[in-house]
Design a protein around this ligand. Structure first.
Ligand code: C5P
Length: 412
């Protein structure tokens, strides 16, 4: 465990019985060389004394938004932290953070920070399973917050169930992983990456098209993750960047807009010539009308018989003419027999990896902010990536791809 060493970690402790375990977390972080700044809520001090953290941590406990020495302690804490860890996180703190409400120093710091945040919930099973808490957790996951636990086990008052704080060792390991992945962000510097995104639109007439439900969120998440890791990225997309920005301008990323499979094929073939990594996240329509009408088809003319023909298979084309060393990642959005279909695509399309997801499952695939995928590699390895935000899925897939690339370079 090395990534926490030398890092400024705000340790938020909120008012649950598990607060006593935060003492052990503090000690472990200190032992690993972290600089720990404890921030306690008023509730936390009902369970554990300030003096304990004062004695163990790198700095004295902070609790108040209105510090005498620093007029804005939450901004100072938020801006200077390398990570904000909340353990235990109560339903109140989780709810306030999800809703953007800053009622005390800890919640204000969570909202003021741009550093990675790790939330470790602990509460009674009834509270953990309440839809409000579940929704708040889902919101935080979508925003890229890491959630650790809770686990099932004995709870306060002798009850058994989900809601127990994860072990201090697991929590410190999770913080280490989060900091490790942030530290490795520039591992794609100098690489050229092409990503396709969105669903293609195959015209029936000037107004109507055959399309699909792809939102482009996973493709943009790949483009942004690769750019954040230093790559030069071109995204070939049928859609604007989804989300509040609603713009095609994404910093460090060249956006090429296309509509049809034919247009996407041409733009991708051109961009892929020089690419080190090609990620085919687009949902390309497999069929298109043979002869789209030049003017809008009128209802009064009856139901049109639309004859379809196959579109070019972009991924298979790239796979067949792949330059030496290029890494080709395809996708398989399936509704049944996911693993078999994905494995068939992997060999059939000449890809190095297939990222498979079951789009019939809940919270997975098109339009959602979360995804759950399995990555199949051409050497037979199968790596499941559990439910997480699309950005975190992109991160996990690129971690795997870059890890393999580094290993094969070392072997040469
Ligand atoms: O065969 P299927 O369409 O399900 O394969 C999915 C993968 O192939 C995706 O990576 C998708 O972007 C790509 N694809 C393609 N050209 C097509 C159809 C799919 O590149 N015409």
């Amino acid at each position: 465990m090395t990534s926490v060493a030398g890092k400024r970690i705000v340790l938020g402790v909120s008012g649950g019985i598990a607060a006593y375990k935060a003492v052990e977390i503090c000690r472990r972080l200190m032992d690993s060389g972290a600089h720990v700044i404890p921030v306690l809520t008023k509730g936390a001090t009902r369970f554990v004394g300030r003096a304990t953290f004062d004695a163990l941590a790198s700095e004295p406990v902070q609790m108040s938004l209105f510090d005498e020495d620093d007029p804005i302690p939450h901004t100072t804490l938020g801006q200077t932290a390398d990570c904000v860890l909340v353990a235990p996180a109560t339903a109140r703190v989780i709810g306030a953070y999800a809703a953007g409400i800053s009622s005390d120093l800890l919640t204000a710091t969570l909202i003021a920070t741009r550093a990675p945040v790790v939330i470790c919930p602990a509460m009674h099973t009834e509270m953990w399973e309440h839809p409000a808490v579940a929704d708040n957790i889902a919101t935080l996951v979508k925003r890229g917050v890491s959630i650790v636990g809770p686990e099932s086990g004995r709870l306060a008052g002798g009850d058994e169930g989900a809601g127990r704080l994860s072990s201090p060792a697991d929590i410190v390991a999770a913080v280490d992983r989060v900091l490790d992945s942030t530290g490795r962000r520039l591992d794609m510097a100098g690489l050229s990456v092409v990503v396709t995104a969105g669903g293609t639109r195959e015209p029936i007439d000037p107004v109507r098209y055959i399309g699909n439900r792809s939102s482009g969120k996973q493709g943009y998440a790949f483009a942004e993750e690769a750019a954040a890791r230093g790559a030069k990225v071109t995204i070939i997309t049928t859609v604007d960047r989804p989300g509040p920005l609603g713009t095609t301008v994404v910093s460090g990323i060249t956006v090429v807009r296309v509509n049809t499979a034919e247009e996407m094929a041409a733009a991708t073939a051109e961009a892929a010539k020089e690419a080190d990594v090609v990620i085919m996240a687009a949902a390309v329509a497999d069929f298109r009308p043979v002869d789209p009408a030049g003017v809008k088809i009128k209802k009064r003319d009856g139901v049109p018989a639309i004859q379809l023909e196959p579109t070019p298979d972009i991924l298979a084309g790239l796979g067949a003419s792949k330059p030496e060393g290029q890494i080709l990642v395809g996708f398989a959005a399936e509704t049944c027999e996911v693993a078999d279909n994905a494995a068939a695509k992997l060999s059939g399309k000449g890809a190095d990896y297939i990222v498979a997801n079951d789009v019939a499952a809940e919270n997975v695939g098109f339009a959602y902010d979360t995804n759950e995928v399995t990555v199949l590699a051409s050497d037979g390895r199968v790596r499941p990536v559990g439910m997480r935000s699309k950005r975190q899925v992109a991160q996990a897939v690129l971690d795997l791809v870059m890890g393999d690339r580094d290993a094969s370079e070392e072997n040469q």
